[in-house]
Design a protein around this ligand. Structure first.
Ligand SMILES: [Zn+2]
Length: 189
């Protein structure tokens, strides 16, 4: 049962979804609103899958791959899953845009941070950090810091995967430690 009840401008709350497009649209709007509120991670996964298809990018994320933090790992502001979409809404970043939606290349940021990052590479972001000023400069610097951090983490994970036995375990441990440390550092902002 959807809450609030979808309303068609023609048929009210008695929906005729198979024959009325406005009924169906009202239903779908309510459905997605509800999903954003109750299962934002699953909704983001669905959107990422569609986006990957549209942009012809790799997609290989398991169901539980998306973790929504309370604080944006790039810019440090709060992330809010409730209500309508806003700059604080969660948004799935492809750390290196061309590599697509694969483990190790995604992170949930605030919608604002993700829009600012767009399809920029680390070099693009660093360049902008040098030419922007005021608040924008701080934001680009933080974005660059975030991407560098993620790249370091990706290198450590790759190292862990390339080594067998005890050495591989040690590097996996380093990756887990780094990830936790990065998250803690973000919370202080
Ligand atoms: Zn209708």
């Amino acid at each position: 049962m959807l809450n609030p009840k979808p309303q068609c401008p023609i048929h009210g709350s008695t929906l005729h979804r198979s024959t009325c497009r406005a009924c169906n649209a009202a239903y779908m709007r309510a459905y997605y609103k509800e999903r954003r509120a109750n299962a934002p991670d699953r909704e983001m996964l669905d959107r990422a899958r569609k986006r990957a298809r549209r942009l012809d990018l790799p997609f290989a994320l398991p169901k539980d791959a998306i973790v929504i933090p309370d604080i944006c790992p790039a810019l440090g502001g709060p992330i809010r899953t409730s209500g309508t979409r806003s700059p604080q809404s969660p948004s799935l970043d492809r750390i290196r845009p061309d590599e697509g939606y694969v483990i190790g290349n995604i992170r949930v940021l605030s919608d604002y941070a993700n829009r600012l990052k767009g399809n920029l590479s680390l070099e693009d972001i660093e360049r902008r950090a040098q030419t922007a000023d005021g608040q924008r400069q701080i934001e680009y610097e933080r974005l660059a810091e975030y991407v560098r951090r993620e790249q370091l983490l990706a290198e450590v994970r790759a190292k862990a995967a390339s080594l067998d036995g005890r050495a591989g375990e040690v590097w996996s441990e380093v990756a887990r430690f780094l990830e936790k440390a990065f998250i803690r550092a973000d919370w202080k902002r």
